[in-house]
Design a protein around this ligand. Structure first.
Ligand SMILES: [Zn+2]
Length: 229
């Protein structure tokens, strides 16, 4: 597929947030997002490998798609979960349940919902190119956490990587993308939690390899098209 770079965003520190899009007009787009949490290099790596393949694979029918390899570019450089303003971007989106109350600094939701430039940029993009399915790559324990109508996507991928699937990860996540995109765009979200390096796996390559077949096959299923109708 052929991707072009579109208008980039700006991080809290003023660094560029690159984003890429296929040249297709459609009512809904598939979003692939990496690095919402800057220290989750496993998720960033899997998306990097997948994006590389998508760019080289010309036999695929072009999908309306947006790829943001690393949303939290400052956090990625600093190897922190939070952005340079010390905010957890996945607690900062304007959901109905957004709250400023938090128990740990790593979940700091910001002074108000959508206070952070990274999220302002993401929402601006999604207002312009409506999401039909979002896959956001993170790291935690291997789990495919689905919000909205994406249990089928989680189940499909789980056949290959054998990760657990769940609609609920056991604790509330106000201000998260999973909650926000379902509320605002009625778009399902798959929060793709990769296993952790050292703790669960020996190398980044190993994490990619256990996901390669499922992710590549996914782009050739009808499942992906159904979400973009
Ligand atoms: Zn994360």
């Amino acid at each position: 597929m052929i991707f072009s770079e579109i208008e980039s965003g700006q991080s809290f520190e003023g660094n560029s947030i690159p984003a890429f899009k296929t040249d297709i007009k459609a009512p809904k787009y598939l979003y692939l997002i990496g690095g919402v949490h800057g220290d989750e290099v496993e998720g960033v790596y899997v998306l990097k490998e997948l994006f590389q393949w998508l760019k080289l694979e010309h036999s695929l029918k072009d999908l309306p798609m947006i790829v943001i390899p690393i949303l939290n570019v400052d956090g990625y450089r600093a190897q922190t979960r939070v952005n340079a303003h010390q905010v957890d971007l996945n607690r900062n989106l304007p959901t109905k349940d957004w709250t400023g109350v938090h128990t740990q600094a790593k979940y700091n939701p910001g002074s108000k919902a959508m206070s952070e430039p990274e999220n302002q940029y993401l929402v601006k993009l999604m207002d312009k190119y409506k999401p039909g399915l979002i896959i956001s790559f993170h790291t935690w324990k291997p789990i495919l956490n689905y919000n909205g109508n994406s249990k089928d996507v989680a189940d499909y991928l789980s056949q290959f990587n054998k990760y657990e699937t769940a609609s609920d990860i056991g604790y509330p996540t106000p201000g998260s993308l999973g909650t926000f995109a379902v509320e605002k765009y009625n778009s399902p979200v798959l929060t793709f939690e990769c296993p952790e390096l050292k703790k669960h796996r020996e190398s980044l390559k190993e994490i990619w390899l256990e996901n390669e077949e499922g992710l590549k096959n996914f782009f050739q299923t009808d499942l992906v098209w159904e979400k973009l109708k």
